[in-house]
Design a protein around this ligand. Structure first.
Ligand code: FMN
Length: 218
């Protein structure tokens, strides 16, 4: 694969400074299909530990479902007003079968090899070696947040607004989206679209600690 031509540092920082957690989306503005397709790929392409991808990305398009979710989200308007709404769901637990499925997929896409079998054995050995009671769902959850971060950064680069949302009633989301029956649970949501001119937060300065207070150099 050829190396893509990079953004300039200024272009990257312009996108990241432009991004903020939007409070009011413009309900009339919809994300073009090609842009949305790229953003779906930004989720699919997210890195994860061992590459196991312990997630589902639930794209909630049905306005009736979004209307149901809004009161379960501190009534935040982003749930119904954003162009798109994604629920990032965590796989519950990690099983040998899930590891085997992934190793099989590598073999399918790259061709079978001893290397793949070694990798399978290493992952299975890792799982077996975890101390009893290890919360593998918590491990999976960390991967899901990485996908959220990559998704939001990608959106900013494409000039698409987002609002990550943890102010949601996870158990109720699970019920409405029927996630536990599929082996998943709600982790975090993200509204995606275009900011409203009326969003009070859009004009406020972004507040961050200065770099020298958060970056340690050794
Ligand atoms: C995991 C996570 C959950 C969040 N949940 C909400 C939320 O429910 N509603 C909201 O308006 N903002 C939410 N935020 C946005 C943060 O408040 C915001 O990112 C933070 O104040 C920094 O501001 P900025 O993103 O606008 O730069 C969330 C952010 C993260 C990372």
């Amino acid at each position: 694969m050829t190396t893509p031509s990079p953004l300039t540092p200024d272009q990257l920082l312009a996108a990241l400074n432009w991004r903020y957690a939007v409070k009011a989306f413009d309900p009339s503005k919809k994300i073009p299909a090609a842009t949305w397709a790229a953003l779906e790929q930004a989720m699919v392409l997210a890195p994860s530990s061992f590459g196991l991808q312990p997630w589902k990305f639930v794209i909630v398009s049905d306005p009736a479902v979004r209307a149901k979710l809004r009161p379960l989200s501190w009534n935040q308007s982003q749930v119904t007003d954003a162009s798109h709404f994604v629920v990032f769901a965590t796989q519950v637990g990690m099983t040998e079968a899930q590891i085997n499925r992934y190793a099989d997929e590598i073999a399918r896409q790259r061709g079978p090899s001893q290397d793949v079998e070694n990798y399978r054995g290493m992952m299975l050995g890792f799982l077996k070696g975890l101390p009893p009671g290890t919360d593998t769902t918590a491990w999976n959850t960390k991967q899901v947040y990485l996908a959220l971060g990559q998704f939001m950064a990608a959106a900013a680069v494409l000039g698409v607004d987002t609002c990550p949302m943890e102010g949601i009633t996870h158990a109720k989301y699970d019920e409405i989206l029927n996630l536990p029956a599929q082996g998943y649970r709600t982790c975090v949501a993200c509204a995606v679209g275009y900011r409203s001119d009326a969003d009070w937060l859009a004009k406020l300065k972004k507040v961050r600690y200065p770099a020298e207070q958060v970056i340690l150099r050794v």
